[in-house]
Each structure stands twice: as C-alpha cells, then as structure tokens.
Design a binder for this molecule. Sequence first.
Ligand SMILES: [Zn+2]
Length: 261
Amino acid sequence: MHKIGPDLYAYISDNDASANSTFLVGDQGILVVDTGLNAEEGRKLLAEIRKVSQAPVRWIVNTHYHPDHRGGNSVVGPDSIIISSEFTRSHAERPAKENSVDETVGPNGLVLYLGEHEVRIYHPGPAHTQGDLVVYFPDEQTIATGDLFLTNSCPAMDDGDMENWIAALDQMLALPVEHVVPGHFELATKSELQRFRNYLADLRDQVARMYQQGMPLAQIQASLRLDAYKNFRQYPNYEATFKDNAAAYYQQLEKRKGPSR
Ligand SMILES: [Zn+2]
C-alpha cells in the first residue's frame, strides 16, 4: 500500500494476476477503484483499507469487466454503489440484490465530491475493452488507469481500439499527473506512461505500414523492431506479447477494411 495524498492510497497487488486498486477515504465513506481477482484478493485489499479507516466502502469503480478488476466487489463493498460503464455493466453479472444500486458513466463523465476531494471518472471510448473507465484525482494529481496502462509491460488486448487507446493515453499525458496507478504492476509516473504510449504508437506505425504493403501477419510479427521496449514483461499465456499485440491491431485493421481486401 502506498500513501499518495492525505486520504488517497494505491494498493499494488502482490499477485500479478490480480489488479491494483486505488482508494480515497472520506469521512462519510470510502471510494475504491477496482477490487482484485476474487474474494481472497478482496479480503487482502479490505484488510489494508481497514488499517487506515473504518468508514464504509460506499462506492466501487470497476474500470472494466475483466474479473481481475472486480472479483473482490462483494467482499470489499457488499452494499456499495457500483460505478462502471454501460458496456461493463452489461458484461458483468452481479448477484441480484434488492437493495443494489449501480451507476453508469456516460460520455460526459461523472464528477464525485468526497468531502473536499474531487474525483473525475470518464470513459475515453474503446481502448483496452469497449468500455473502460479512467479515474482522475485532480487534487492529488493522480490517475488510476485500469488496464489502459501497465508499468513496463505489454498489455493484453481485448476487443478494443488501438488508435483510440493511444489517443486516451495522450489525453492522460496532457493532464497534470504526478502519480499513475496502473492496472497491474508497480506504481508509476508520467515517464513510464509516456513510454508505454510510445510502445503502442511504434507498434501501430510498424504494423500499419507493413499491412499497407500487403504483408501477412506472420511476416509482420517477424519483422517488428521493438528493441527499445525489450525490458517490457511479455506474457504469452495472457496473449500479452509484442506479437500478440501486433495480431490484435492487425485484426482491427482487417475488420475496418472489411472482407474485400
Ligand atoms: Zn483487463
């Protein structure tokens, strides 16, 4: 757990398969961004939260539908309001509860005020998935990125949008940001965020150029020049490698072009 501001904390999971969390402690309640893979990870997170506050967890933001970001919901905040995108809500089963309250974030975003702290939640459009949320804490100059950013790592790519993903990262980089809480791995700053953005942009440029030349995917994958990012973690089991990322973008280009290519 890292204390970022007077009431803001980043919880960096010790389990790479479970997402990081961010939480803001207000007098009336706590807001948590992402809750980990399952009940066990949720309990670990809640134990850390309880070291600093006994206030109820009243709001949970789920950055997207992947289970490693919301598996701990029912443990961390069984009575909380779940805030997500429309897409995430429709892709996440939640045990039906008479008193459950959900809220979705539309194109204009959502601003919450916890005491004197402002929380800006917005949906940057399709990126890692079709329905990602980003949470910005302007007073603490901190951004919780969900899986739009992983520290020094290749991301997994769901049915998202590479071009818009890069635009979303540029949007984050334009904000005053000192602390970046990634979806996974260690706490970061703008420089790691910039480097991750550059990785995606380099990959996009190389794949797009070779695609235009009519090269097949396997040849494109074999021709990638990404030595600048060779310290990035790659996970074949999560389809999170240079080659997997190239394949994901290649599929997006194919889809855009249609079957007539
Ligand atoms: Zn994810």
